[in-house]
Write a protein of this length. Structure first.
Length: 365
């Protein structure tokens, strides 16, 4: 039977809020607790870059990349170009995702979340990566469909709207993003579904759709910093995720999708709070230890390795602001002797890479 393109529902949808009350309350409570912790951060960069990189890894893994968080951080520390292998392409996709997230946060400080901004972030996502020839920053101009590799359109699990319908559908979505919805967490869940249903780009829709969740939590002032990421939850419950999205499309079942989405926010807010607290506890413990290293630059060096848990001397000099070469290498030796950092390849004499294992252990939980 020939599949026809789907026409997403007009927004706002009709939602039975009674079924969502408890999950809305739990999600708000967890997000508020996290935001209290984040508002106390003296230096948000201590956790921002590493959490964003972890999200970039997890979001990209849903799309099939194989690189791990440690591999990505180590590759960045090496600061070198290698052959255009599959793993190198994975690295590029992941770094692009992090750049898109970081740019989104910066731009949202001065701009609303609009179609033009979403297209800008999409262009960053596909820059010099897989999909770079699939209209980065532009709505798709061809019919696409979602299905198993090698399947035909008749075997597709989902056929998004025709290209001609995208501008009007996206305009409707943009108006809804800026509307005064009764409950903002529900609004974000609706936006995520609608974006994925429109499937506006030829490639990268899943990653942009997940990125929008974090950016909306930030833009709607629910979080001081956009550190709640749902990729881990969606990947752990992949089958439920896709079934519930399809449930909205096929049966107008908004409530079960939104219950799932709200529970994801609740769980990930709690996990992020635990991770941030672990990182801050580690930082406090090592600040005390750094006092005994007899260097006025020890704290600057310590903060820098929290931002870059894999690093070379060039990167750590830039991050720490330590200009004197002898001072820098003396600190590296002292931090090694204290067991805080270690050589990645101790046998190398030049171009050494170091890692911060205690932080990596927290991030890889």
């Amino acid at each position: 039977m020939a599949k026809t393109s789907f026409s997403p529902p007009k927004l706002p949808p009709s939602i039975n809020y009674e079924k969502l009350v408890a999950d809305i309350a739990r999600a708000h409570a967890s997000i508020s607790k996290l935001d209290v912790l984040l508002s106390q951060l003296k230096n948000p960069s201590l956790v921002a870059r590493t959490l964003a990189t972890r999200e970039a890894v997890l979001s990209s893994q849903i799309e099939g990349t194989q690189a791990t968080l440690s591999e990505v951080l180590e590759q960045e520390a090496m600061d070198s170009q290698k052959e255009d292998t599959a793993k190198e392409k994975d690295f590029r996709e992941i770094i692009n995702y992090r750049h898109a997230l970081e740019q989104g946060v910066e731009k949202l400080k001065e701009r609303p979340l609009t179609e033009s901004l979403i297209k800008e972030l999409h262009a960053i996502l596909l820059r010099s990566a897989r999909g770079h020839n699939r209209g980065p920053g532009e709505f798709r101009r061809k019919l696409v469909y979602i299905g198993k590799p090698g399947s035909t359109i008749d075997e597709a699990t989902y056929v998004p709207p025709l290209p001609d319908a995208i501008p009007e559908l996206f305009s409707d979505l943009e108006k809804y993003i800026h509307s005064d919805e009764r409950e903002v967490l529900v609004q974000i869940g609706v936006v995520h579904y609608q974006f994925e249903a429109i499937h506006p780009f030829e490639d990268g829709n899943g990653r942009i759709g997940r990125l929008l969740i974090s950016l909306m939590l930030y833009k709607k002032k629910l979080l001081s910093y956009p550190f709640i990421y749902l990729s881990e939850f969606f990947e752990e419950h992949r089958r439920d995720y896709y079934d519930l999205l399809n449930g909205v499309s096929e049966k107008d079942d908004w409530e079960n999708w939104l219950v799932f989405f709200l529970r994801g926010l609740n769980i990930q807010a709690q996990k992020t709070q635990e991770t941030c607290q672990d990182i801050l506890n580690l930082h406090e413990e090592l600040r005390s230890k750094a006092l005994g290293l007899n260097s006025k630059y020890a704290h600057e060096f310590l903060d820098a390795i929290f931002v870059n848990p894999f690093f070379n001397s060039v990167a750590i000099r830039r991050l720490s602001g330590i200009k004197n070469t002898q001072t820098l290498f003396t600190l590296i030796s002292k931090f090694k002797a204290a067991g805080i950092i270690e050589d990645v390849a101790f046998w190398k004499k030049r171009n050494k890479i170091y890692r911060f294992p205690a932080l990596l252990e927290i991030l890889n939980k």
